[in-house]
Design a protein around this ligand. Structure first.
Ligand code: GTR
Length: 356
Protein backbone atom coordinates (compact mmCIF):
# COMPACT_ATOMS: atom_id res chain seq x y z
CA UNK A 1 0.00 0.00 0.00
CA UNK A 2 1.30 3.40 -0.93
CA UNK A 3 1.18 5.68 2.14
CA UNK A 4 -1.45 8.39 2.17
CA UNK A 5 -0.21 11.86 1.49
CA UNK A 6 -2.79 13.62 3.62
CA UNK A 7 -4.20 12.47 6.90
CA UNK A 8 -7.73 11.80 7.93
CA UNK A 9 -10.50 14.01 6.78
CA UNK A 10 -11.24 17.25 8.57
CA UNK A 11 -7.56 18.12 8.99
CA UNK A 12 -6.98 18.80 5.36
CA UNK A 13 -6.48 22.50 5.31
CA UNK A 14 -3.60 24.53 3.99
CA UNK A 15 -2.73 25.55 7.55
CA UNK A 16 -2.64 21.96 8.81
CA UNK A 17 -0.51 20.96 5.85
CA UNK A 18 2.00 23.75 6.41
CA UNK A 19 2.18 23.51 10.18
CA UNK A 20 1.89 19.77 10.78
CA UNK A 21 1.79 17.41 7.84
CA UNK A 22 4.44 18.92 5.59
CA UNK A 23 7.08 19.19 8.37
CA UNK A 24 6.21 15.65 9.44
CA UNK A 25 6.74 14.27 5.92
CA UNK A 26 9.98 16.19 5.62
CA UNK A 27 11.24 14.66 8.87
CA UNK A 28 10.32 11.17 7.63
CA UNK A 29 12.39 11.70 4.50
CA UNK A 30 15.28 12.94 6.63
CA UNK A 31 15.15 10.03 9.03
CA UNK A 32 14.57 7.18 6.60
CA UNK A 33 15.76 8.28 3.18
CA UNK A 34 18.13 11.21 2.64
CA UNK A 35 19.46 11.71 6.17
CA UNK A 36 19.13 14.76 8.36
CA UNK A 37 20.13 18.11 6.92
CA UNK A 38 22.10 19.96 9.64
CA UNK A 39 20.21 22.95 10.93
CA UNK A 40 23.17 24.78 12.52
CA UNK A 41 24.13 27.66 10.24
CA UNK A 42 27.48 28.09 8.58
CA UNK A 43 29.71 30.75 10.06
CA UNK A 44 30.52 32.25 6.72
CA UNK A 45 29.92 31.97 3.00
CA UNK A 46 32.48 33.75 0.85
CA UNK A 47 32.17 34.28 -2.85
CA UNK A 48 35.02 35.03 -5.17
CA UNK A 49 34.70 35.66 -8.89
CA UNK A 50 37.53 33.67 -10.45
CA UNK A 51 37.01 34.50 -14.08
CA UNK A 52 34.71 36.35 -16.48
CA UNK A 53 34.36 35.93 -20.23
CA UNK A 54 31.97 36.68 -23.06
CA UNK A 55 30.47 33.88 -25.12
CA UNK A 56 28.11 33.55 -28.09
CA UNK A 57 29.51 36.63 -29.87
CA UNK A 58 29.17 38.74 -26.77
CA UNK A 59 25.56 37.84 -25.99
CA UNK A 60 26.36 35.76 -22.90
CA UNK A 61 28.50 36.71 -19.94
CA UNK A 62 30.04 33.79 -18.11
CA UNK A 63 31.27 34.20 -14.55
CA UNK A 64 33.10 31.50 -12.69
CA UNK A 65 32.50 31.89 -8.97
CA UNK A 66 34.03 30.03 -6.06
CA UNK A 67 31.76 29.68 -3.03
CA UNK A 68 33.54 28.87 0.20
CA UNK A 69 31.69 27.60 3.25
CA UNK A 70 33.16 27.89 6.72
CA UNK A 71 32.31 26.22 10.00
CA UNK A 72 34.20 24.86 13.02
CA UNK A 73 37.52 26.04 11.69
CA UNK A 74 37.03 24.06 8.45
CA UNK A 75 36.54 25.43 4.98
CA UNK A 76 35.29 23.78 1.82
CA UNK A 77 34.27 25.21 -1.49
CA UNK A 78 32.70 24.57 -4.86
CA UNK A 79 32.59 26.36 -8.16
CA UNK A 80 29.59 27.64 -10.05
CA UNK A 81 29.48 28.86 -13.60
CA UNK A 82 26.93 31.63 -14.07
CA UNK A 83 25.67 32.37 -17.57
CA UNK A 84 23.99 35.78 -17.79
CA UNK A 85 22.45 37.65 -20.70
CA UNK A 86 25.22 40.18 -21.40
CA UNK A 87 22.72 43.02 -21.80
CA UNK A 88 20.93 42.42 -18.49
CA UNK A 89 19.15 45.62 -17.40
CA UNK A 90 17.20 44.44 -14.39
CA UNK A 91 17.37 41.49 -11.99
CA UNK A 92 16.54 38.27 -13.84
CA UNK A 93 15.12 34.88 -12.80
CA UNK A 94 17.73 32.15 -12.43
CA UNK A 95 17.81 28.40 -12.92
CA UNK A 96 20.26 26.45 -10.77
CA UNK A 97 21.40 23.20 -12.39
CA UNK A 98 22.98 20.92 -9.80
CA UNK A 99 25.99 19.24 -11.37
CA UNK A 100 27.51 16.36 -9.42
CA UNK A 101 29.22 15.11 -12.58
CA UNK A 102 32.16 17.53 -12.68
CA UNK A 103 34.66 15.07 -11.19
CA UNK A 104 33.27 12.04 -12.97
CA UNK A 105 34.57 12.09 -16.50
CA UNK A 106 33.47 8.53 -17.22
CA UNK A 107 29.75 9.32 -17.23
CA UNK A 108 28.50 10.51 -20.57
CA UNK A 109 24.74 10.18 -20.19
CA UNK A 110 24.09 13.54 -18.52
CA UNK A 111 24.87 14.81 -21.99
CA UNK A 112 27.38 17.30 -23.25
CA UNK A 113 27.60 20.60 -21.36
CA UNK A 114 25.31 22.27 -23.91
CA UNK A 115 22.70 19.56 -23.31
CA UNK A 116 23.01 19.70 -19.56
CA UNK A 117 23.25 23.51 -19.30
CA UNK A 118 22.21 25.04 -22.67
CA UNK A 119 23.10 28.58 -21.69
CA UNK A 120 22.38 29.91 -25.18
CA UNK A 121 18.71 28.89 -24.88
CA UNK A 122 18.39 29.97 -21.26
CA UNK A 123 19.94 33.41 -21.63
CA UNK A 124 18.14 34.14 -24.91
CA UNK A 125 14.90 33.97 -22.92
CA UNK A 126 16.19 36.44 -20.36
CA UNK A 127 17.12 33.98 -17.61
CA UNK A 128 20.39 33.30 -15.82
CA UNK A 129 21.68 29.71 -15.91
CA UNK A 130 23.87 28.47 -13.08
CA UNK A 131 25.87 25.28 -13.33
CA UNK A 132 26.80 24.34 -9.77
CA UNK A 133 29.61 21.77 -9.40
CA UNK A 134 28.26 20.36 -6.16
CA UNK A 135 30.51 17.30 -6.21
CA UNK A 136 33.41 19.60 -5.30
CA UNK A 137 31.77 19.82 -1.84
CA UNK A 138 30.98 16.16 -1.63
CA UNK A 139 32.55 13.70 -4.05
CA UNK A 140 30.35 11.12 -5.74
CA UNK A 141 32.51 8.39 -4.29
CA UNK A 142 31.88 6.09 -1.32
CA UNK A 143 35.52 6.44 -0.23
CA UNK A 144 35.70 10.23 -0.50
CA UNK A 145 32.24 11.61 0.24
CA UNK A 146 33.12 12.25 3.88
CA UNK A 147 35.79 14.75 2.87
CA UNK A 148 34.71 18.35 2.36
CA UNK A 149 31.25 19.36 3.52
CA UNK A 150 30.91 16.33 5.79
CA UNK A 151 33.83 17.62 7.88
CA UNK A 152 31.91 20.82 8.59
CA UNK A 153 29.01 18.76 9.93
CA UNK A 154 30.44 15.43 11.03
CA UNK A 155 28.01 12.66 11.95
CA UNK A 156 28.00 8.94 12.43
CA UNK A 157 24.35 8.11 12.88
CA UNK A 158 22.06 5.86 10.89
CA UNK A 159 20.25 8.98 9.76
CA UNK A 160 23.35 11.05 8.90
CA UNK A 161 23.11 12.58 5.47
CA UNK A 162 24.62 11.18 2.30
CA UNK A 163 25.82 12.74 -0.92
CA UNK A 164 22.34 13.52 -2.23
CA UNK A 165 21.52 15.44 0.96
CA UNK A 166 24.79 17.33 0.70
CA UNK A 167 24.23 18.24 -2.97
CA UNK A 168 20.77 19.50 -2.05
CA UNK A 169 22.33 21.57 0.75
CA UNK A 170 24.80 22.99 -1.79
CA UNK A 171 21.83 24.09 -3.94
CA UNK A 172 20.54 26.10 -1.00
CA UNK A 173 23.94 27.69 -0.51
CA UNK A 174 23.80 28.83 -4.12
CA UNK A 175 20.49 30.49 -3.23
CA UNK A 176 22.21 32.20 -0.25
CA UNK A 177 24.79 33.55 -2.65
CA UNK A 178 22.25 34.71 -5.24
CA UNK A 179 20.47 36.66 -2.51
CA UNK A 180 23.67 38.66 -1.98
CA UNK A 181 23.76 39.76 -5.63
CA UNK A 182 21.87 42.66 -7.17
CA UNK A 183 21.29 41.08 -10.58
CA UNK A 184 19.16 38.11 -9.49
CA UNK A 185 15.40 38.11 -9.14
CA UNK A 186 15.26 35.88 -6.10
CA UNK A 187 11.48 35.61 -6.22
CA UNK A 188 11.98 33.56 -9.35
CA UNK A 189 14.52 30.84 -8.74
CA UNK A 190 14.29 27.34 -10.14
CA UNK A 191 16.35 24.28 -9.27
CA UNK A 192 16.90 21.42 -11.68
CA UNK A 193 18.92 18.22 -11.82
CA UNK A 194 19.44 15.19 -14.02
CA UNK A 195 19.25 11.66 -12.64
CA UNK A 196 21.15 11.49 -9.31
CA UNK A 197 21.09 15.29 -9.36
CA UNK A 198 17.35 15.15 -10.08
CA UNK A 199 16.92 13.38 -6.76
CA UNK A 200 19.01 16.11 -5.12
CA UNK A 201 17.07 18.90 -6.88
CA UNK A 202 13.76 17.50 -5.60
CA UNK A 203 15.12 17.20 -2.08
CA UNK A 204 16.55 20.73 -2.29
CA UNK A 205 13.26 22.21 -3.52
CA UNK A 206 11.31 20.20 -0.95
CA UNK A 207 13.29 21.72 1.92
CA UNK A 208 14.00 25.23 0.70
CA UNK A 209 10.92 27.35 0.24
CA UNK A 210 12.97 30.14 -1.32
CA UNK A 211 13.07 28.05 -4.47
CA UNK A 212 9.99 28.86 -6.48
CA UNK A 213 10.00 26.13 -9.13
CA UNK A 214 11.41 22.60 -9.16
CA UNK A 215 12.43 20.43 -12.12
CA UNK A 216 13.34 16.76 -12.07
CA UNK A 217 14.97 15.13 -15.09
CA UNK A 218 15.00 11.29 -15.20
CA UNK A 219 15.42 11.13 -11.42
CA UNK A 220 13.87 7.66 -11.08
CA UNK A 221 14.36 5.57 -7.95
CA UNK A 222 14.40 7.69 -4.76
CA UNK A 223 13.70 10.67 -6.99
CA UNK A 224 10.38 11.25 -8.72
CA UNK A 225 9.35 7.58 -9.14
CA UNK A 226 6.97 5.77 -6.80
CA UNK A 227 9.14 3.06 -5.22
CA UNK A 228 6.47 0.44 -4.63
CA UNK A 229 5.86 -1.58 -7.77
CA UNK A 230 8.25 0.29 -10.06
CA UNK A 231 10.33 -1.38 -12.77
CA UNK A 232 14.12 -1.28 -12.79
CA UNK A 233 16.03 0.12 -9.85
CA UNK A 234 14.95 -0.54 -6.28
CA UNK A 235 16.19 0.28 -2.78
CA UNK A 236 18.49 -2.73 -2.83
CA UNK A 237 20.12 -1.68 -6.11
CA UNK A 238 20.63 1.96 -5.28
CA UNK A 239 21.92 1.35 -1.75
CA UNK A 240 24.30 -1.40 -2.90
CA UNK A 241 25.72 0.39 -5.91
CA UNK A 242 25.74 3.87 -4.33
CA UNK A 243 26.07 3.28 -0.57
CA UNK A 244 27.09 6.91 -0.02
CA UNK A 245 24.03 8.60 -1.58
CA UNK A 246 21.42 8.09 1.13
CA UNK A 247 21.32 7.57 4.88
CA UNK A 248 22.11 4.17 6.37
CA UNK A 249 18.52 3.69 7.51
CA UNK A 250 17.34 3.58 3.91
CA UNK A 251 19.34 0.42 3.11
CA UNK A 252 17.44 -1.41 5.83
CA UNK A 253 14.34 -1.23 3.59
CA UNK A 254 16.02 -3.25 0.83
CA UNK A 255 13.81 -6.27 1.28
CA UNK A 256 10.85 -4.51 2.82
CA UNK A 257 10.03 -1.51 0.66
CA UNK A 258 6.40 -2.02 1.61
CA UNK A 259 7.29 -0.86 5.11
CA UNK A 260 8.84 2.44 4.06
CA UNK A 261 6.93 5.16 5.93
CA UNK A 262 6.97 7.31 2.78
CA UNK A 263 6.82 7.00 -0.97
CA UNK A 264 8.06 9.49 -3.51
CA UNK A 265 4.75 11.25 -4.28
CA UNK A 266 5.16 12.67 -0.76
CA UNK A 267 8.50 14.17 -1.73
CA UNK A 268 6.96 15.80 -4.79
CA UNK A 269 4.10 17.10 -2.66
CA UNK A 270 6.59 18.96 -0.45
CA UNK A 271 7.07 21.28 -3.44
CA UNK A 272 3.41 22.34 -3.37
CA UNK A 273 2.07 24.87 -4.11
CA UNK A 274 5.14 25.77 -6.16
CA UNK A 275 5.22 24.69 -9.81
CA UNK A 276 6.85 21.31 -10.35
CA UNK A 277 7.96 19.70 -13.61
CA UNK A 278 8.88 16.02 -13.87
CA UNK A 279 10.38 14.54 -17.01
CA UNK A 280 11.25 11.03 -18.06
CA UNK A 281 12.87 9.32 -21.06
CA UNK A 282 10.87 6.62 -22.82
CA UNK A 283 13.62 3.97 -22.95
CA UNK A 284 14.63 4.53 -19.34
CA UNK A 285 12.97 1.50 -17.71
CA UNK A 286 15.56 1.58 -14.93
CA UNK A 287 14.12 4.92 -13.76
CA UNK A 288 10.56 3.98 -14.89
CA UNK A 289 8.62 6.76 -16.64
CA UNK A 290 5.22 5.36 -15.55
CA UNK A 291 6.16 5.43 -11.89
CA UNK A 292 7.50 8.97 -12.25
CA UNK A 293 4.24 10.07 -13.82
CA UNK A 294 2.27 8.26 -11.12
CA UNK A 295 4.12 10.05 -8.31
CA UNK A 296 3.59 13.40 -10.02
CA UNK A 297 -0.11 12.60 -10.29
CA UNK A 298 -0.32 11.46 -6.69
CA UNK A 299 1.14 14.75 -5.42
CA UNK A 300 -2.08 16.43 -6.52
CA UNK A 301 -3.92 16.53 -3.14
CA UNK A 302 -1.27 18.91 -1.75
CA UNK A 303 -1.77 21.24 -4.72
CA UNK A 304 -5.53 20.98 -4.33
CA UNK A 305 -5.23 22.44 -0.81
CA UNK A 306 -4.15 25.63 -2.55
CA UNK A 307 -6.81 25.40 -5.23
CA UNK A 308 -4.19 24.39 -7.79
CA UNK A 309 -4.45 21.76 -10.42
CA UNK A 310 -1.93 18.94 -10.86
CA UNK A 311 -1.94 15.94 -13.21
CA UNK A 312 -4.81 13.98 -11.70
CA UNK A 313 -7.10 14.26 -14.68
CA UNK A 314 -4.38 13.43 -17.21
CA UNK A 315 -3.56 10.15 -18.92
CA UNK A 316 0.04 8.97 -19.20
CA UNK A 317 1.09 10.93 -22.31
CA UNK A 318 2.64 9.63 -25.49
CA UNK A 319 6.33 10.28 -26.15
CA UNK A 320 7.18 13.95 -26.73
CA UNK A 321 3.69 15.10 -25.76
CA UNK A 322 4.33 17.43 -22.82
CA UNK A 323 1.60 18.35 -20.35
CA UNK A 324 2.13 21.88 -19.13
CA UNK A 325 -1.23 23.39 -18.33
CA UNK A 326 -1.39 22.65 -14.58
CA UNK A 327 0.90 23.47 -11.73
CA UNK A 328 2.55 20.06 -12.15
CA UNK A 329 3.98 19.44 -15.62
CA UNK A 330 5.30 16.26 -17.20
CA UNK A 331 6.83 14.89 -20.37
CA UNK A 332 8.26 11.59 -21.53
CA UNK A 333 10.98 12.37 -24.04
CA UNK A 334 11.60 9.77 -26.70
CA UNK A 335 14.99 8.17 -26.06
CA UNK A 336 17.43 7.13 -23.39
CA UNK A 337 18.36 8.28 -19.87
CA UNK A 338 19.94 11.73 -19.73
CA UNK A 339 19.28 15.42 -20.18
CA UNK A 340 18.80 16.75 -23.69
CA UNK A 341 18.03 20.04 -25.37
CA UNK A 342 14.48 18.86 -25.98
CA UNK A 343 14.00 18.57 -22.20
CA UNK A 344 15.23 22.11 -21.66
CA UNK A 345 12.97 23.48 -24.40
CA UNK A 346 9.99 22.07 -22.47
CA UNK A 347 11.26 23.28 -19.08
CA UNK A 348 11.64 26.79 -20.45
CA UNK A 349 8.10 26.78 -21.84
CA UNK A 350 6.79 25.63 -18.46
CA UNK A 351 8.91 28.18 -16.57
CA UNK A 352 7.73 31.00 -18.82
CA UNK A 353 4.20 30.64 -17.48
CA UNK A 354 5.45 31.53 -14.00
CA UNK A 355 8.57 33.64 -14.50
CA UNK A 356 7.44 36.10 -17.17
C1 GTR B 1 21.91 5.09 -12.35
C2 GTR B 1 21.30 4.97 -11.00
C3 GTR B 1 20.16 5.89 -10.88
C4 GTR B 1 20.41 7.23 -11.48
C5 GTR B 1 21.52 7.27 -12.47
C6 GTR B 1 22.28 8.55 -12.66
O1 GTR B 1 22.84 4.15 -12.59
O2 GTR B 1 20.99 3.67 -10.79
O3 GTR B 1 19.67 5.96 -9.58
O4 GTR B 1 20.50 8.23 -10.55
O5 GTR B 1 22.45 6.33 -12.36
O6 GTR B 1 22.58 9.30 -11.76
O7 GTR B 1 22.58 8.82 -13.80
Amino acid sequence: MIPELLETKGKNTKEYWEQVRRPEIQRLFEKWVYGVTPKEPLEEINAQILNTELLENGRVKKEEVLLELKRNGKVCGFRCRLFLPADLKKPAPAIIMLNPFSRNKKLDYPGKEMDHMPYDLITSQGYIGIHADVDELCADDPDLYQEGLWELYPGRAEDSWGAIGMWAFAGSRVVDYLQMRQDMNCDKLAVCGCSRAGKAALWCGAQDQRISLVISNVSGCTGAAITRGKTGEHVIDITTKFPHWLCKNYASFSHREEELPVDQHMLLALCAPRPLYVSSASEDVWADPHSEFLAAQMAEPAYKLYGKQGLKECEFPRENQPIKNGCVGYHNRQGVHGCRRYDWEQYLLFIKQYFK
